[in-house]
Write a protein of this length. Structure first.
Lengths: 313, 242
């Protein structure tokens, strides 16, 4: 379990983190979202004890990171954003080095090494020099070093950065699989990457947490309504009045001559309400579907909300 | 110690994984032994003073070239973050790196061992002076390596680390020279002598080179090196708050 308690960090005049608090429960996967420069990497560096906070503290499995950094580090597998590789080594040598540095030896090291190599699909390049590896294999070697000692907690900073779509899917699947037995905190600025892996996210912007919760809840909070798209063959006269009279419908926004976006409350089934109204009024439906808000729209709304809140404050 | 050993092995591999290590050793031997052998046949004396006398100046260039990458390279490539998040103390990582650099230097120095063997076969050299010379060369190298590893931690760029290392080693060499101490004394009475005795390495090195192994000289080298390593460890802990 990771508890970040009111952590602040400055670099000169720049405020990297400003009173950040969040919790990752044991066995949970948490997506850590935010634009570039939001403070994600700084927070991860503080959790892994690479940096010390100016204020606040971090507790990992009940241990304060600044008091017991070595105990905390032995429980954590960490993959920094800039994958730390020794390019003069072969993949095997590098992973053996990290394994030994993390206290593994003998048959234990061999077993863990073969597990990590298989999990990260490194067999084709196992004996190859790291200098010759493609971006994808470098990323996977970095992930393998984070996994080699079978840590209870994984901190992955932009693990899919710079990978091609197939490689991204591979890493996502691996994270989801590892999440069954481990506590994982992974950061990304690519929002679509989060949903297939977890629905719990923390969104950070300009060093502050702007949202913390399940993706569905955040969408509801950020957008305040649900959305349905309606397309009719013929345009009736009283469309807007008829729809807004129905329970739960809040407003109708025309997209073009025959297409409309209908916004309504989260309670109840908005699409069924619209369908019932259309049937009752005898409209000829061409298209009717739920149009959930994307994570991008949610993200933009939440960060704007936080910014305007700050300006007001 | 186990942790420092893991880092030591990794650093040794780093030296010998690249051809630069071999080039270093060849250049070190070619210049040192080559210059020495030229004068050796002219002088016809069975001693190694010529070789050891050149080392304080020669190592000012050689040692910073060995140490410039020690931290600077890790900071540039991002492996510094890996090292500093391993479950080991920063000082253990530093000790592993330092002793690997020292071992590399001693391997290069060991390349000159055929010379005393040759001297023993050709004449009757003073064994004490040769032993003293090697002990002095090791302590001198150790001190310069301490300077180099400390300086390498302060900067990200290897070339800057190299130049700063050279300047710092040169300072320790320069203030120990008698003419320099006398000149400074001429400007500010006593300062030159103070700098020479407090920082200058030449007086301590020369007595070792003569075969006189006094505790004071050994302590000078070891204490200075330990102080530099302690400052390096302090920097490693302090940079967390940067």
């Amino acid at each position: 379990m990771i508890e970040v308690r009111n952590v602040s960090k400055r670099f000169g005049q720049t405020v990297a983190l400003d009173g950040v608090s969040m919790t990752v429960e044991r066995g949970e996967i948490l997506g850590f979202l935010g634009p570039n420069g939001a403070g994600k990497s700084t927070a991860m560096k503080i959790i892994t004890s690479f940096l010390a906070p100016d204020d606040g503290n971090v507790v990992v499995d009940g241990m304060d990171v600044s008091e017991k950094p070595l105990d905390v580090r032995s429980r954590i597998g960490y993959m920094p954003e800039n994958v730390p590789l020794y390019t003069d080594m072969r993949v095997q040598e590098y992973l053996e080095f990290v394994g030994r540095a993390r206290g593994l030896s003998g048959s234990n090291l061999k077993t863990r090494l073969s597990w990590a190599v298989e999990a990260c699909q490194l067999e084709p390049v196992f004996k190859q020099s790291i200098l010759e590896l493609s971006k994808g294999f470098r990323q996977r070697t970095g992930l393998a070093q984070a996994l080699i000692h079978d840590p209870e907690i994984l901190i992955l900073d932009e693990p899919t950065s710079g990978l091609d779509p197939l490689q991204i899917i591979g890493i996502r699947e691996l994270i989801a699989e590892l999440g069954r037995s481990k506590t994982i905190l992974f950061s990304t600025h690519i929002l679509q990457e989060v949903a297939p892996v977890t629905d719990r996210v923390v969104i950070i912007n300009q060093g502050c947490v702007v949202a913390d919760g399940r993706i569905g809840e955040l969408k509801q909070r950020a957008m305040g309504s649900n959305r349905v798209t309606l397309c009719l063959d013929e345009l009736p006269d009283n469309l807007e009045a008829a729809l807004t009279a129905a329970e739960g419908v809040e407003r109708v926004v025309p997209l073009d001559e025959r297409r409309f976006e209908i916004f309504g409350s989260f309670e109840g089934d908005l699409a069924s309400t619209v369908a019932a109204t259309a049937r009752e009024k005898g409209w000829k439906l061409n298209e009717l579907h739920e149009d959930p808000f994307t994570l991008e729209e949610t993200f933009i709304a939440l960060t704007k909300e936080a910014q305007s809140g700050r300006v007001r404050a | 110690m186990r942790n420092a050993g893991v880092i030591f092995k990794r650093e040794m591999a780093a030296y010998f994984n690249s051809p630069i290590a071999y080039i270093f050793i060849i250049v070190f031997l070619a210049l040192n032994a080559g210059l020495f052998m030229t004068s050796f046949f002219l002088q016809g004396q069975a001693d190694m003073r010529g070789l050891f006398a050149n080392l304080p100046l020669f190592l000012i260039f050689f040692i910073p070239a060995v140490t410039m990458r020690l931290w600077a390279e890790d900071r540039r490539s991002g492996t510094f973050e890996l090292l500093m998040t391993l479950p080991m103390r920063a000082s253990e990582v530093m000790v592993g790196k330092y002793f690997a650099a020292l071992a590399f230097y001693m391997i290069a120095l060991a390349g000159t061992l055929p010379i005393p063997i040759m001297l023993a076969l050709l004449g009757n050299p003073d064994g004490g002076a040769i032993w003293g010379g090697y002990i002095g060369a090791t302590l001198l190298g150790g001190l310069y390596l301490g300077v180099g590893i400390f300086v390498s931690g302060l900067v990200r760029d290897q070339i800057t680390a190299f130049i700063l290392g050279m300047i710092s080693c040169f300072f320790l060499f320069f203030v120990g020279l008698v003419p320099v101490a006398m000149t400074i004394d001429g400007w500010i009475g006593g300062l030159g002598t103070f700098l020479q005795t407090a920082f200058g390495l030449i007086p301590h090195y020369e007595s070792l080179q003569r075969g006189v192994i006094s505790l004071g000289d050994v302590v000078y080298f070891l204490a200075f090196t330990a102080a530099l390593l302690a400052m390096n460890a302090h920097w490693l802990e302090g940079r967390k708050h940067g």
